[in-house]
Design a protein around this ligand. Structure first.
Ligand code: AGP
Length: 607
C-alpha cells in the first residue's frame, strides 16, 4: 500500500528518494510524488502511474539535501495527479506525505473551509498540511504536534518545511514508520526495504510518537512532548537489496524458493526423535499448552487460508477445537473472547490494518494473542509481543506464495507441540515430525517436475469461469488457488468446498469449463471422486492435483498434475504449488503485471 520515504543528510536527496520509492513499488500504488526544500522554497513533482513516470519528470530537480517522497494507493479521492502526495499548505511552503486514514476528515475540512482554506484535492491528507500551517508559528515541531491534537485516525506522516531545511518532522499512529540512522544522514520510511540501502541501524517509531530528524540522527518524543528513549535496532539480514536472482518475476522466484523458506520455518523447531517441537517465541510450557481449550486464527486473504489449514490440523491432531476467522469481520462483530482460547494473528506483513484491529479487540477483552508473522519488528509482532516468525524472507511479489507455505509450516509445528502434550504418543509424534521434516525435499522434488502446467494454462487462460474444488485440507487450498488466479490473472473464478458444489456453483459449469480439483490421497478421496463424476457429467474439463501414482484420479482427469505423497495434514504444502504456478503462467500468458497486479497492495494498511 502507500509508501513513505524521506531523506536528510549531506548527499543529494532526489536520487535517494527516487531509489526509496522504487524499493517500495512492490507494495502496490497508483501514483507517486516527492518534494524537496531548496533556497527557502519547495520543489514538488507528482505523477499518476509508475515511479518511472515520475522519474522522467525530475531532470530539472534542484540540488537539495532534504526531501520527502510517497507512493499512493488511492483511498480518499480518485487516482489523479492532484490527489497524489505530497500535499502542501496554501503558501506552498509546507509539504506532507501521509499513510493511513483520517477519521474526522469531514469536520476538519469544514472547519478549515470556514476559515477560508480552499482545498485542491479530494484527499484527507491535504487537510493535514493546512492544519500544520494553521499551527505554525516558526517552530515546525510544535506545529505538527499541535495540529495532530485535532486529528483522529491512523497516520504515518513526514512533514517538510521550506523554511527549515535542516529538519524533518515525522509522526506515527497506527501506520508504520522506521528511521534509519546512517553516517551523517538520516532516512525515514514506512518500509525497512527502503532504508536498508543506507543503513541497518534503525529506530521503529511507536504509536503516538513524533520524530525530529536531522542529518545527525533522530530525536523521538511522544505526541505530548515527553522524551522517548528509543532503542536502536539492527535490521535483520533478511532485508537485502531485493533481487530476482535470474527469474523473470519475484513471484516465480518466491515460488521456487519454497524448499528453502519452508526449511527455515521448520529449522531448529522440529524434534524428530522426541516426536515433538519447540517454538521459543511462544514461551509456553506443556502446562500452558494443556490449558488451551481452543485456538482461533485471525487473518486476511492468503493468511486467512493458512489459518484455516492450520485450524483443521489442530482439530485433527490435537483434538482441540480450532477455527479461522476473517479479521475484518471478527473485529467488528463484538466477538466473544473465551478465557481459555489462544488466538493467533496470522500476517505476512504484520501491518494489515484489519488483522491489527482484530488483535486490539482480543487484547482489549483480555484475550491472549500471538503473532504468526514474517516481517521482523512489524506492528503485529510488536503488538502481540509473543509469537512465531515464519522466516520466509522478504516477499516482494504482491501475491503471497512462500509466505503461505511458511505460515502453514510454522502453525503445523505449533500443532505438533499442542498435540504431543495431549494425545499423541511418542511414535505418533515422531511420524508427524518426520512428515514435516520431509516437506522441503518433497517441495523441491515437485518443483523439479511440476507436471503439465502448460495444459492447464491453455484451458484456463480464456475461460469465462474457473471453479477450484477441494475437500478437507484441500478446501482452503482451493480458496487459495482461486485467490491467486484472481489476483495475478484477473480470471473470474472461485474456490469452493467440493461437497457444496451441487448446492449452487454446479450451475456455472458449461461443457468444457475448467474445474481445478485438489484431491490428494487422503481420507476424503472417495467422496472427492463422486464430486468429480458430477463435474464430468456436466461436460466440464477436470484438472486434477493429486498424489503421484494415484491411477484412479489420473484416469478421471483431463489434465493430471501429480504431487509427492505426504501425510494428510501436510498435503496443502504440496498441493498449493501447482496452483501458484498455474496462476503465474496464466497471468504471464495474458500479459498481466505479475509482481504488481492492478488495484492490489502488498500490505493493506487501511481498513
Ligand atoms: C495474498 O496474495 C494477498 N496479497 C492478500 O490476500 C494478503 O494475503 C492479505 O492482504 C493479508 O496480508 P498479510 O498476510 O500481510 O496480513
Amino acid at each position: 500500500m502507500c509508501g513513505i520515504i524521506a531523506y536528510i543528510g549531506p548527499n543529494p536527496a532526489l536520487p535517494r528518494i527516487v531509489d526509496g520509492l522504487r524499493r517500495m513499488e512492490y507494495r502496490g500504488y497508483d501514483s507517486a510524488g516527492l518534494a524537496l526544500a531548496h533556497e527557502g522554497k519547495l520543489w514538488l513533482r507528482k505523477e499518476v502511474g509508475r515511479v518511472a513516470d515520475l522519474a522522467s519528470q525530475l531532470r530539472d530537480g534542484p540540488e537539495s539535501n532534504v526531501g520527502i517522497g510517497h507512493t499512493r494507493w488511492a483511498t480518499h479521492g480518485g487516482v489523479t495527479q492532484v490527489n497524489a502526495h505530497p500535499h502542501t499548505d496554501v503558501t506552498e511552503t509546507i509539504a506532507l506525505v501521509h499513510n493511513g486514514i483520517i477519521d474526522n476528515t469531514n469536520p476538519l475540512r469544514a472547519m478549515l473551509t470556514s476559515q477560508g482554506v480552499s482545498f485542491r484535492s479530494e484527499t484527507d491528507t491535504e487537510l493535514l498540511a493546512h492544519l500544520v500551517r494553521k499551527h505554525y508559528d516558526g517552530d515546525p515541531v510544535q506545529a505538527v504536534r499541535d495540529a495532530l491534537k485535532h486529528v483522529r485516525g491512523t497516520y504515518g506522516l513526514a512533514v517538510l518545511f521550506a523554511a527549515h531545511p535542516d529538519v524533518l518532522v515525522a509522526a506515527r499512529n497506527g501506520s508504520p514508520l522506521v528511521v534509519g540512522i546512517g553516517q551523517g544522514e538520516t532516512v525515514l520510511a514506512s518500509d525497512p526495504q527502503a532504508v536498508v540501502a543506507h543503513t541497518r541501524r534503525v529506530v521503529y517509531l511507536q504509536d503516538r510518537e513524533l520524530a525530529v530528524l536531522t542529518a545527525e540522527g533522530v530525536d523521538v518524543q511522544t505526541l505530548d512532548g515527553d522524551t522517548v528513549d528509543s532503542a536502536i535496532e539492527t535490521l535483520d539480514s533478511d532485508y537485502a537489496l531485493a533481487s530476482k536472482e535470474g527469474f523473470d518475476h519475484f513471484m516465480l522466484k518466491e515460488i521456487h524458493e519454497q524448499p528453502r523458506s519452508i526449511k527455515r520455518a521448520l529449522r531448529g523447531r522440529i524434534q524428530v526423535n522426541e516426536g515433538n517441537a519447540k517454538l521459543g517465541g511462544l514461551n509456553m510450557t506443556p502446562r500452558d499448552l494443556v490449558a488451551v481449550q481452543r485456538v482461533i486464527n485471525l487473518g486476511c486473504g492468503t493468511s486467512y487460508h493458512a489459518g484455516m489449514t492450520a485450524a483443521m490440523a489442530i482439530e485433527a491432531l490435537a483434538r482441540v477445537p480450532a477455527r479461522a476467522e476473517i479479521a475484518s469481520e471478527f473485529r467488528y462483530r463484538h466477538p466473544i473472547i473465551p478465557r481459555d482460547a489462544l488466538f493467533f494473528a496470522v500476517s505476512q506483513s504484520g501491518e494489515t490494518a484489519d488483522t491489527l484491529g482484530a488483535v486490539s479487540e482480543v487484547q482489549l477483552k483480555g484475550g491472549a494473542v500471538m503473532g504468526i508473522v514474517n516481517v521482523v519488528g512489524s506492528t503485529a509482532a510488536r503488538t502481540c509481543g509473543r509469537g512465531v516468525y515464519v522466516h520466509s524472507g522478504p516477499e516482494i511479489a504482491v501475491a503471497s506464495t512462500k509466505a503461505f507455505t511458511s505460515q502453514v509450516a510454522a502453525m503445523l509445528v505449533f500443532t505438533l507441540m499442542l498435540a504431543r502434550c495431549r494425545n499423541l504418543s511418542l511414535e505418533q509424534g515422531q511420524a508427524v515430525a518426520s512428515a514435516l521434516d520431509d516437506i522441503p525435499s518433497k517441495v523441491a522434488q515437485y518443483l523439479r517436475e511440476p507436471g503439465p502446467i502448460d495444459q492447464a494454462v491453455q484451458l484456463i487462460r480464456d475461460a469465462r469461469y474457473v471453479l477450484f474444488l477441494g475437500r478437507g485440507y484441500s478446501y482452503p487450498v482451493a480458496l487459495e488457488g482461486a485467490l491467486k488466479l484472481k489476483e495475478i490473472a484477473y480470471v473470474p473464478c472461485e474456490g469452493y468446498p467440493a461437497g457444496e458444489m451441487k448446492h449452487g456453483p454446479i450451475a456455472m459449469l458449461d461443457p468444457g469449463a475448467p474445474v481445478v480439483f485438489i484431491s490428494p490421497d487422503d481420507g476424503q478421496k472417495e467422496k472427492a471422486i463422486a464430486n468429480m463424476m458430477e463435474v464430468k457429467a456436466r461436460g466440464a474439463t477436470l484438472i486434477c492435483v493429486h498424489t503421484k501414482g494415484d491411477d484412479e484420479i489420473e484416469a478421471l482427469a483431463d489434465v493430471s498434475i501429480p504431487v509427492p505423497d505426504t501425510a494428510d495434514f501436510a498435503t496443502p504444502l504440496l498441493t498449493v504449488l501447482p496452483l501458484q504456478l498455474i496462476a503465474y503462467h496464466v497471468g504471464l500468458a495474458l500479459g498481466r503485471d505479475i509482481d504488481k497486479p492492478r488495484n492490489l497492495a502488498k500490505s493493506v494498511t487501511v481498513e
